[in-house]
Design a protein around this ligand. Structure first.
Ligand code: NA7
Length: 541
């Protein structure tokens, strides 16, 4: 090759970024519609969330059998779930099994961190750049990068000084980490920390939890699935998936048609007790239909859960510290637990309230708070993610006229159906912001997303259309619809990653809704309507 000659860039019909639940299915579907596809995955294996989040205690909050893919009868026939809420190792094995079953890895390039995607207006193709210098071109770019894939460690002073191991939960080492006889510090009390803390407390010599804000947690009630129960589940798969598709957020749970404020206090209490004693998210999304929209209704549930915490935590002062006072139950993501509150009754567990004694710095030996230093052998940052925007901002997407996606979404995402955005032609965002899959039992919405996008791409390939973009008006209408749907929910009255607020990131204090809470059935109907109406809202040329 001559010096001035650039090596030929491989070209595909579709490039998919990410080999998690959505990327794997998009690859499967791309093959089915006969379009060449390549997946670029930053990890060394498939699995996405279940590849990265290896911390002890990581598990589904979805009933396992409602989380698996529904598209393949063979898969449903041959995979036995072991637990009602399966843990990370099994979840990863499941996704590896899916990948092996359909030989998906053949079309996945691992250890490929995508840095830049540039739309070439001269030929209506994307050029995708990987950190190691690899480049690839494609007609359609599909992002399958998730919304909780960019871990965030706050910028604590002295972090590099700590002489023991320390890591973020989503970057957990692949080698086993033991807590036996160790002094462990955990920063954070979100859904991740709640799962982890219960495991660390079992064997550590001392566990110190640094809490900035308590969350409302509810019991998971996990249990093994025996083979007879699995056989029964298998015989009901059609009904299970049908039920999920028709429920508001893709779970087997759906709201009770009664209103909390309509029924007698006894009837209300009876449902709360029943749901608190039942497995899974029922207490959150299978509750009276007004508890997430009406503050007074929500207060009845909030009081009920607060009382449960008081009953479970022996020290009344400590119980009060674990009870949120700035938001009602369910208005932020509800961490699910199995004995979380009882951990605080253990002798070896200490809660540090960061509102009283903030962290000043990380030292060589541990964590220095305003009142004292806490020495540790291991520090875990369970400090969450740069949610929703983080994964998109990590890649330099350049659309028409060289405009970047980061510039376009600076004041919050603007999308059409949460699947595409104007000025970024031939690009689809699975589980993108303002997409129903953001508030969903993910695989149920992912299957909807992938199937819809694949049908569209198949039609585009069989036509002479080279470019598909979004009409600004359609985008404005969708964005407005997303905000309107959020406004009636109590989520919109509270700071959380749902609302794009992150105290660790400068400028992320204004609330703008990141998800879509119009419900899965309505979302599916709207997407189908758009398709039936010759893909109304898209401009094709
Ligand atoms: P979350 O829910 O964002 O939780 C992060 C936790 O870390 C939360 O308790 C934060 O407190 C805490 N945090 C963050 N920064 C700090 C600093 N600087 N100091 C002290 N504490 C801090 O992330 P998760 O990983 O638990 O869960 C993410 C999602 O994954 C979850 O919603 C599920 O859908 C799965 P804060 O509340 O900000 O005061």
């Amino acid at each position: 090759m001559k010096e001035d000659e650039s090596p030929e860039i491989p070209s595909y019909g579709i490039v998919i970024i990410g080999a998690g639940v959505s990327g794997l299915y998009q690859l499967y579907k791309s093959r089915e519609i006969g379009v060449s596809a390549l997946v670029l995955e930053s990890g060394t294996d498939v699995g996405g969330t279940w590849y990265w989040n290896r911390y002890p205690g990581a598990r589904f909050d979805s009933e396992s059998y409602s989380y698996g893919y529904s598209f393949s009868q063979e898969l449903l026939d041959e995979w036995d779930w072991q637990e009602r809420f399966s843990a990370q190792p099994e979840n990863l094995r499941y996704l590896q099994h899916v990948s092996n079953r359909f030989s998906l890895s053949e079309d996945i390039r691992f250890e490929s961190i995508v840095t830049e995607c540039i739309f070439d207006e001269t030929c209506d193709e994307w050029e995708v750049h990987v950190e190691d210098g690899f480049r690839v071109r494609c007609r359609f770019l599909v992002t399958a990068i998730g919304i909780l894939s960019k871990p965030l460690i706050p910028d604590f002073e002295g972090m590099d000084d700590f002489k023991g191991p320390s890591f973020h939960t989503a970057r957990w080492p692949h080698d086993e980490v033991t807590f036996e006889g160790k002094r462990v510090g955990v920063i954070g009390t979100g859904a991740t920390a709640v799962q982890l803390i219960q495991e660390v407390a079992k064997t550590s010599k001392q566990l110190t939890i640094f809490q900035r804000s308590p969350n409302w947690c509810a019991p998971l009630h996990n249990s093994p699935i025996e083979s007879t129960e699995m056989a029964d589940i298998r015989s009901r798969y059609d009904d299970i998936f049908e039920r999920c598709r028709n429920s508001f957020s893709g779970f087997i749970h759906d709201s009770d048609r009664r209103r909390a404020l309509e029924v007698s206090p006894e009837e209300r209490e009876a449902l709360y007790e029943e749901l608190y004693a039942s497995p899974g998210f029922g207490i959150w999304i299978g509750n009276f239909r007004d508890v997430l929209v009406d503050e007074q209704a929500n207060a009845t549930l909030t009081d009920f859960i607060a009382q449960k915490i008081r009953e479970r935590v022996a020290d009344p002062k400590l119980a009060e510290k674990l009870i949120p006072t700035d938001h009602g139950f369910g208005t932020r993501r509800v961490p699910m637990e199995s004995g979380y509150y009882e951990v605080y009754n253990q002798e070896n567990v200490l809660l540090v309230d960061l509102n009283e004694t903030p962290i000043e710095k990380i030292t060589t030996d541990g964590i220095q708070c305003s009142d004292r230093e806490h020495p540790f052998d291991l520090i875990v940052y369970a400090t969450g993610f740069d949610a929703v925007m983080g994964p998109y901002n990590s890649i330099n997407f350049r659309g028409l006229n060289g405009r970047t996606l980061a510039e376009k979404w600076e004041a919050g995402p603007r999308t059409y159906l949460g699947l595409a955005t104007a000025g970024f032609p031939n690009m689809f965002t699975l589980v993108g912001p303002h997409n129903a899959s953001t508030f969903c039992n993910m695989p149920r919405c992912i299957e909807q997303n992938v199937e819809w996008v694949s049908t569209f791409i198949e039609q585009l390939f069989s036509s002479d259309i080279r470019r598909v973009d979004v009409e600004f008006e359609a985008e404005d209408d969708w964005t407005e619809h997303v905000h309107e749907s959020a406004e009636r929910m109590l989520f919109s009255k509270v700071d959380s990653w749902f609302m794009g607020v992150n105290k660790n990131i400068a400028g992320r204090d204004a609330r703008t809704f990141m998800l879509y809470v119009g419900g899965l059935p309505r979302y599916t109907e709207l997407c189908d309507e758009v398709a039936r109406d010759s893909y109304r809202g898209f401009v094709m040329s």
